[in-house]
Design a protein around this ligand. Structure first.
Ligand code: AMP
Length: 281
């Protein structure tokens, strides 16, 4: 596996591949890789000639009080995993390569960031869209792989790709979960043993919600959310940012639940913020 750190080296590498007519599958990550990331890598491996994975902890998508500094960085372990998964290139630029002195351009997708995580993480999706746009410019992928665990992120990037006519195909991949249902996340490492036990309640609440909708037992969103909040309230150190039923395309809250629907939530357990969602097709 080749490790590339400079933008120029990455661009000349992909330009060569494109001239040879090779397809490039791209998996952008912030590292601290887990089975969720690996499922994206495997899918990219299956569908492309060349697989590029980036590791970049993007300062622009963290708020001033968020966990940028303590975000887990485990480059050596990540590198070993990517070698095992037959990745061709690991692109790992530094923050000053991506955002050199004087950097000012941003990409904003306002309509899709007014709900769900948007109001709780001001500027987050602008940071995400900006870095993904820049990474696309550098890597020039044929296909880019994203996880449905970050559902709102997928919608924002899909909109950006359409709006800016970017020549890349977005591939959405299902959420990978631990045995008990907790969505794999780099932030799960922050959880103490006790918190890890409590974290499962988010998925349990979403799962219950899906059952209640599936069986048409509860189609009033307010009532449904109240019922699910009863589950989340049993977490001793938990705090709910939101739990919402939204349209999976516009991400607007539903007045009465119809299908398809997205049930999504974000909770704090101690100092760790976790998100998860279920799609009701
Ligand atoms: P991150 O490193 O958290 O920025 O995530 C990089 C990519 O992996 C994003 O597209 C995420 O949506 C995806 N991802 C993270 N966790 C999971 C998971 N549990 N299942 C599937 N994809 C995931």
């Amino acid at each position: 596996m080749k490790i590339i750190r400079s933008i120029q080296d990455m661009q000349s590498y992909t330009m060569r591949l494109q001239m040879q007519g090779q397809s490039i599958g791209f998996v952008p990550t912030m590292g601290a890789l887990h089975e969720g990331h690996r499922s994206l890598v495997r899918r990219a491996r299956d569908e492309n000639d060349i697989v590029v994975v980036s590791i970049f902890v993007n300062p622009l998508q963290f708020g001033p009080k968020e966990d940028y500094k303590r975000y887990p960085r485990r480059f050596a372990q990540d590198e070993a995993l990517l070698v095992k998964d037959h990745v061709d290139v690991l692109f790992a630029p530094g923050a000053d390569a991506i955002y050199p002195q004087g950097y000012t351009t941003v990409v904003d997708v306002p309509a899709l960031t007014r709900t769900l995580c948007g109001p709780f993480r001001r500027g987050h999706f602008q940071g995400v869209a900006t870095v993904v746009a820049k990474l696309f410019e550098i890597v020039q992928p044929t296909r880019a792989y994203f996880g449905e665990k970050d559902y709102q992120q997928i919608r924002v990037i899909a909109r950006m790709i359409d709006d800016l006519a970017m020549p890349v195909r977005l591939v959405a991949c299902s959420t990978v979960r631990e045995k008990d249902g907790l969505a794999c996340s780099s932030r799960n490492r922050y959880l103490s043993r006790k918190e890890r036990e409590e974290a499962i309640k988010l998925y349990q609440a979403l799962y219950l919600g899906r059952e209640l909708i599936d069986q048409k037992i509860m189609l009033n969103p307010q009532k449904l959310v109240r019922r699910l909040m009863d589950v989340l309230k049993t977490i001793p150190h938990g705090r709910v940012d939101y739990l919402s039923v939204v349209d999976p395309v516009t991400l607007e809250p539903m007045k009465r639940i119809h299908r398809p629907a997205l049930l999504a939530g974000a909770i704090w357990i101690g100092k760790t913020r976790l998100i998860d969602n279920v799609i009701i097709p």
